[in-house]
Design a protein around this ligand. Sequence first.
Ligand SMILES: Nc1ncnc2c1ncn2[C@@H]1O[C@H](COP(=O)(O)OP(=O)(O)O)[C@@H](O)[C@H]1O
Ligand SMILES: [Mg+2]
Length: 515
Amino acid sequence: MGLKSKSLKEKQERKRQQASSIPSFGKEQAERHFNKYHTNPQKIWEKSSLDAEAARLLLLELERRKSKRTAKYLLDDKFKAQTGFIKDTARMKAALCTRRAGKSFGAGLYLCQTALENPGASLLYIALIRDSAKRIMFKDVLQVIDRKYSLNAKFNQIDLTMTFPNGAVIYLVGMDHSDAEAEKVLGQKFKLCIIDEAASFRRDLKQIIFSTLKPAVADLAGTICMIGTPGNFTKSYFYEVAEKGEPGWSVHKWSAFDNPYMKDAWQREIDELTEINPRIQETPWFVQNYLGKYVIDQSKLCYAFNRDRNTVPEAPPHQMLHVFGIDLGYNDATAISVLAYSHEHPRVVVKKVFKQSNMILSEVADVLRSMMQVYNPVRMRVDNASKQAVEELKQRYQLPLLPADKQGKADFIELMNSEFINDKISLVAGMTDELATEYENLIWDDRAPRRQEHPACENHAADATLYAWRDCKEHLQFTFKPQKTPEQLLDDWEEKEAERIDRLKNMEWWEREFT
Ligand SMILES: Nc1ncnc2c1ncn2[C@@H]1O[C@H](COP(=O)(O)OP(=O)(O)O)[C@@H](O)[C@H]1O
Ligand SMILES: [Mg+2]
């Protein structure tokens, strides 16, 4: 009892002290002054009996109250999914949504709300590139919110910042190329960082989040969010978090049907699309963008590998020749793929795939030697890109390596694909899992000008296999020309002979004599 009343007393005393630092000033009068002179204490001082310092304090307090009030009604009660995401108190949050679900607008509301509630705070909005940050957020979202809620923020087009009257600043940056674009702001402490278009990042978001953003939000106990729409790219941290679940992350999922401002237009759009193509709802594009679910569009995959068609439980028993394909890497994995072919059958079998990161050359040499003992390869093809490493393996470790042919990679992948489709390439189940996983996730880069693999997808085992397959193919192409039967050979000879006699008949005597 005693304790309670004491703390109450203390509270009251604190309040009284605070109040005395702000001179009494009629509420209406204060609002009037505030609206008229806004952020100018000098003017308030001139127009009232307050001294400059008191006027400044009063302004600050009024600003704080106004911001708090605005922050409250910024959140949209009609839009439960969006508001639920913003209100979630987790420190790491992800939103996996369809297109038009209100992700970006929600991000804008969230940033503004946090800015209003935290005078002087810094907040960060991250898009793929600066241009997309400007396009998605600056004009279409932040300036709209500013006008709609009369926030009186100042926008700087050059620095891409939005500065609030209470001193809070939202910074907009692009970070998928490098940290360079964001370098100027990355030294700060942030209350909130939102990564938009998170499904499309090629840089490793896990690394950006844990080594760059996490330390920057630590001081203010800030929040980090990733938002995005699913695509074909499943080797991303966003996919891991949103689809598989990672500790520490709170995941929200909603669609444009949950967005009260889009619901009807969205249904109309789906109806129109379905009318044009009744089976559109089965396409991966529809599932990704309209249902917000991760599926891989098979047509976007680089390799036409199909687990059911192209795996065999074990290698065929007959004698085969072995070729190794080798892709060297240190941070990236070193991959070794063992392919087998025979001159009796046009099928190539991938018997074994080895893949491991952080191996030094002597370890690679050891692995190669022990694999050579098992498979006794006729040739070993290596990616010659790191000449020094290859020379060392050849000279110091006496490994008979041959350079892999790397010209026209995309064309050779297509050639290999027709072999996958025609069931001419098989992977031995259980021995080649890393390769199968790469094949099932490796997609073409839809942002590259030429046909090129997505730079963030793993392709080391696939590359090693391609080197060895090109070698096998070269040695197989003469073996399996269709053989003609004796009757066909005789028919061919007769046809040719008839043509020759015809020709002779039609010639003048001097042509016959002199040719
Ligand atoms: N809270 C909101 N209040 C008003 N309009 C909203 C709200 N949230 C989203 N919208 C509107 O819904 C549409 C889609 O939102 P947007 O954020 O662009 O979606 P996404 O980024 O998910 O594609 C936009 O026209 C946007 O203005
Ligand atoms: Mg968006």
